[in-house]
Design a protein around this ligand. Structure first.
Ligand SMILES: Nc1nc2c(c(=O)[nH]1)N[C@H]1C(S)=C(S)[C@@H](COP(=O)(O)O)O[C@H]1N2
Ligand SMILES: [Mo]
Length: 317
């Protein structure tokens, strides 16, 4: 007897025709994101939290240190727009609507424009980059991010002659983020960050759309964020909607909140303590203890130290 494998069977062969036709009619009204089959996916479904990212390219920038569990990285977050507690973003961001989504790139650029999240996801091959990620609060994690160098996106718009800094802005909408009020968070919103243009163009600076082989979950900054691995975590702004190339150093959220404690540069530096705690060691999650020495530039000194040649890193903290 000839037995067909399931994969060879057409749907019409195993389903009575009336049901088959009805199902087709029914499916026509279902958003493509629920259907599963790749061919049926609307383009933006690729960016939906949890969607698999096929064909990730391995990156030479990856650390060989052991990555944290997905649970560690998705249940210990700073994302003040969804609450200031570490467990709150996982609870409060579950319904964060990130489609449609556009990122506007403006300022001193030859070709200002808006990119849809689909355009961003397709601009370059997505790489898996396993980076150490060090929060200014002296805890750290190792995360397999997915994305490509931010420089790829910036080159698209052609930075102009006066562009010396890049300013970033996060999504902010009280209807989706009822806790995102300055009196509750203690920080001004929208969340803003900035890099010097040469820092932003450094290949390690990652425009990140995923982690663990999937599109970013909301609490980690869906659908697109920065990951700047040699700097404290707060420089890695989440859920970006605007990028502006500017002539002078832009305001940054934590510096606005407390300039004495949080500088513009915020390079990881075990020799420059936070005014209220040491930065010499870190707590690698899920440990409860300071169990790891902190490295200069978070271990990326050979790649990035030259960006700061001749600068006093105590002054420029
Ligand atoms: N918009 C926005 N981006 C943000 C934050 C935030 O509160 N809002 N927190 C920052 C801080 S302090 C850290 S440590 C990292 C945390 O990233 P993770 O939760 O994916 O580990 O996000 C950064 N980006
Ligand atoms: Mo942080």
């Amino acid at each position: 007897m000839l037995i067909k494998k399931t994969a060879d069977l057409r749907y019409s062969e195993v389903t009575p025709k009336s049901i088959y036709l009805n199902r087709r009619k029914f499916l026509a009204g279902v958003p493509a994101a629920f259907l599963g089959a790749r061919e049926l996916l609307a383009p933006s479904a690729r960016a939906q939290a949890g969607a698999k990212l096929p064909d990730l390219v391995k990156s030479p920038f990856s650390t060989t240190e052991k990555a944290n569990s997905y649970n560690d990285v998705t249940h210990y977050n700073n994302f003040y727009e969804f609450g200031t507690g570490k467990q709150q973003p996982a609870q409060n961001a579950t319904n964060f609507k990130t489609s449609p989504w556009t990122v506007s790139i403006e300022g001193d650029v030859a070709k200002p424009r808006k990119f849809s999240i689909d355009e961003i996801m397709k601009l370059a091959p997505l790489e898996e980059r396993i980076y150490r990620h060090r929060c200014v609060e002296a805890w750290s994690i190792v995360v397999p991010w997915a994305g490509y160098s931010l420089s790829v996106l910036l080159k698209q718009v052609e930075p102009g002659p006066k562009a010396r800094y890049v300013a970033f802005e996060s999504y902010w909408d009280l209807r989706q983020m009822p806790l995102a009020r300055p009196e509750l968070t203690g920080i001004a919103l929208p969340y803003v960050e900035g890099l010097r243009l040469d820092e932003a163009m450094h290949p390690l600076a990652l425009l990140c759309v995923g982690m663990y082989g999937e599109a970013l979950p909301p609490q980690d900054g869906a659908p697109v964020r920065l990951v700047v691995p040699w700097k404290y975590g707060f420089k890695s702004i989440k859920s970006i909607v605007k990028i502006k190339l500017v002539a002078s150093q832009p305001p940054t959220t934590w510096n606005l909140a407390n300039a004495h404690e949080y500088g513009f540069y915020s390079n990881v530096n075990p020799q420059v303590d936070h005014p209220r705690w040491s930065q010499a060691t870190e707590r690698r999650l899920p440990s409860l203890f300071q169990n790891h020495p902190t490295q200069m530039f978070n271990g990326y000194a050979s790649e990035v130290a030259s960006l700061y040649a001749g600068m006093d890193l105590k002054k420029n903290y």
